[in-house]
Structures are given as structure tokens and as C-alpha cells.
Design a protein. Structure first.
Length: 102
């Protein structure tokens, strides 16, 4: 049975597209979560060219992946407890490229 849109499962994985490159988007994630205060901060644990894993208060994990897409970069982010902070970070990213018909 599929998860309802309001369930925790539906909120733990969030995706958007942005005009940033994958490297720029991942750098923005590290910066955003590193400058949060108290229980909302998370710090780099692992990284590659396409992902970062951040560790927050109480050992909570945030995983963010970035891959090249037709309209820029596709960002996929997942966490069990940091869903509101992920949504806030995603809202700071520029929108995807808009292609006009030729």
C-alpha cells in the first residue's frame, strides 16, 4: 500500500531541481546545516562528488544526493527527524533552468 502524502515516509525523502551544479548544491548544504544552531546543526560525515552525509544532534543522519539533470541538478534529501530543516534548505536554492522553445 503506498504511503499517504502526510505520512512520515512521504516526508523523509524530498526532491527538487535547481540551477546550481551538483558541487555547488552540496556545498550549500554543508554551509546551511553547519551554521544552524543547537539541535538543528549537522556536520559533514562523508562526501563524494554526488552526495554528502551529515550527522546531527543525537546521531541523526541527513543524506543529500545531487545529480545532473536536463533542467540543472536534481537534489534528493532524506532524514527521519530533520525533514523541516531539509525543506527550509531546499527553499533557499535557486529554481531549475527554464528552457525556451527554439
Amino acid at each position: 500500500m503506498p504511503a499517504s502524502p502526510n505520512s512520515q515516509t512521504a516526508r523523509t525523502v524530498q526532491e527538487i531541481s535547481t540551477s546550481l551544479s551538483p558541487a555547488e548544491a552540496l556545498n550549500e548544504a554543508k554551509s546551511f546545516f553547519g551554521r544552524q544552531s543547537g539541535v538543528y546543526s549537522a556536520f559533514l560525515e562523508q562526501e563524494s562528488d554526488t552526495h554528502v552525509t551529515l550527522r546531527g544532534q543525537g546521531g541523526e543522519e541527513i543524506v543529500i544526493a545531487a545529480s545532473q539533470a536536463d533542467d540543472g541538478t536534481r537534489i534528493t534529501a532524506s532524514s527521519y527527524l530533520f525533514d523541516q530543516q531539509i525543506a527550509r534548505w531546499l527553499s533557499t536554492l535557486p529554481p531549475p533552468l527554464v528552457r525556451t522553445a527554439s
